[in-house]
Write a protein that binds this ligand. Structure first.
Ligand SMILES: Cc1cc2nc3c(=O)[nH]c(=O)nc-3n(C[C@H](O)[C@H](O)[C@H](O)COP(=O)(O)OP(=O)(O)OC[C@H]3O[C@@H](n4cnc5c(N)ncnc54)[C@H](O)[C@@H]3O)c2cc1C
Length: 382
């Protein structure tokens, strides 16, 4: 049978799109360029508790640990601590998440072909490379869920400058850490983004940094960061991850001819934190719905852009926050942290902070008198 849809990329966005399409009853094939789904892992696997629910992720069998809050440090070491009694996030095995989604997709009838790299799409002809051989398959629709470096995005003629990406580098290390609490460090130590410590246990953690693409070497910046906070470099490195995170404004049009973009390929990642698992999967639901309605003769593919409006509204706020943060000097950060401590922003965030939907707590800032001094900043972002 001819595939109705071919999806490039077996990450969370591509697999979620495939699962939904199969549920609608459309023959779907996923091409994955790597030998195994889920490998290599270029992700921390941190997902907000609300995001887990929204995306319908079953985290039970893939959970590494619960996260209860964060310690956020300014350049001079001032700390804002946000700690909740209930988990705010789930730290999951990213490899196992992809495998779990792959298994579900296959169960629903999706064909997943590995070692298969999409090269080109010409109308209903999809060309891909299989172990150095060229292959061709017929498909009505091609979905680019092929990550930050998306080939499909290029085929659609969308050119995106390096300023819209962050280069992330992280090491998985053995040492001594506080479990359940993430550390975030801002300032010129991580130009254009931030540095982080995500503990898996009291003996194992991910230590990482993101920097504006092309502006500095993230590996060297990680060395400087660990030296600055006095983290002993005699720890044992298990493995490393180095990858790009899309951190630009939401794309205006994610459809061209019979091609659509979803997930990192379509810039469905939060520019503030780089998190893209949940929004990529939610966009996958919208992508599948769009294609289903198109096949059923109800609506054009361009309708996808309308379905994404809610997601793009939040992504736009994340991007504006990130743009504002990029301009901060270390002194600006230190001043802001001092004022936030005085205004008990940490207590406010404990109650109202939302990792995925900033529009919700920015609104609360405007109705909380002790935070009115930050209203100007919040309004600029909205
Ligand atoms: C260091 C780091 C840490 C992160 N931590 C988090 C986190 O804690 N929480 C969070 O929510 N997000 C995190 N992210 C972001 C998250 O990893 C991405 O947003 C998410 O993986 C996007 O999913 P996706 O399915 O769109 O793309 P991907 O997961 O990138 O999947 C794309 C797939 O497409 C395949 N592919 C690429 N090109 C082709 C082609 N031409 N043909 C066939 N296959 C192809 C790739 O091999 C890959 O398997 C992190 C990112 C980085 C870099």
């Amino acid at each position: 049978m001819q595939n109705m849809v071919t999806i490039a990329g077996a990450g969370p966005a591509g697999l979620q799109t495939a699962i939904r399409l199969a549920e609608y009853g459309w023959p779907t094939k996923v091409l994955e360029e790597h030998e195994k789904v889920g490998i290599p892992v270029n992700c921390s696997g941190l997902i907000s508790a609300t995001g887990i629910k929204e995306a319908g992720i079953n985290s039970e069998k893939i959970l590494i640990d619960y996260i209860f809050g964060a310690k956020i440090f300014s350049p001079n070491g001032t700390m804002l601590e946000v700690r909740r009694k209930k988990p705010v996030a789930h730290l999951i095995s990213r490899c196992k998440l992809d495998e779990q989604l792959r298994d579900l997709a296959v169960k629903k009838g999706v064909e997943v072909e590995t070692n298969a790299k999409l090269i080109s799409v010409r109308k209903e002809n999809v060309f891909y490379q299989k172990e150095k051989r060229g292959e061709l398959l017929k498909s009505k629709i091609a979905v680019g869920a092929d990550g930050a470096h998306s080939t499909v995005r290029e085929l659609m003629g969308l050119k995106i400058g390096p300023e819209n990406f962050v280069h992330a580098y992280q090491e998985f290390v053995h040492g001594n850490f506080e479990p359940g609490m993430v550390e975030v460090h801002v300032g010129t130590i991580a130009p254009g983004f931030f540095a982080w410590i995500i503990p898996h246990s009291n003996k194992y953690a991910e230590i990482g940094i993101g920097t504006s693409m092309g502006k500095s070497n993230p590996k060297e910046m990680l060395d400087k960061f660990t030296e600055k906070i006095g983290l002993k470099r005699n720890y044992e490195i298990d493995r490393i991850a180095s990858a790009l995170i899309p951190c630009g404004p939401p794309l205006k049009n994610l459809v061209k001819d019979n091609m659509l973009l979803v997930g990192d390929a379509g810039f469905h990642a939060k520019a503030t934190t780089g998190g893209g698992i949940v929004l990529g999967m939610l966009a996958g639901n919208e992508c599948a719905k769009t294609v289903h309605e198109y096949f059923s003769g109800k609506k054009p593919l361009e309708n996808y852009n309308n379905y994404l409006k809610g997601i793009h509204k939040e992504l736009n706020i994340h991007w504006k926050i990130q743009q504002a943060m990029r301009k901060f000097s270390d002194n600006d950060w230190n001043k802001l942290f001092k004022e936030m401590k005085q205004a008990r922003v940490d207590e406010f965030l404990e109650e109202h902070g939302h990792m995925d939907r900033p529009s919700q707590f920015i609104g609360k800032v405007l109705t909380t008198p002790r935070l009115w001094k930050f209203a100007g900043l919040a309004m600029k972002v909205i």
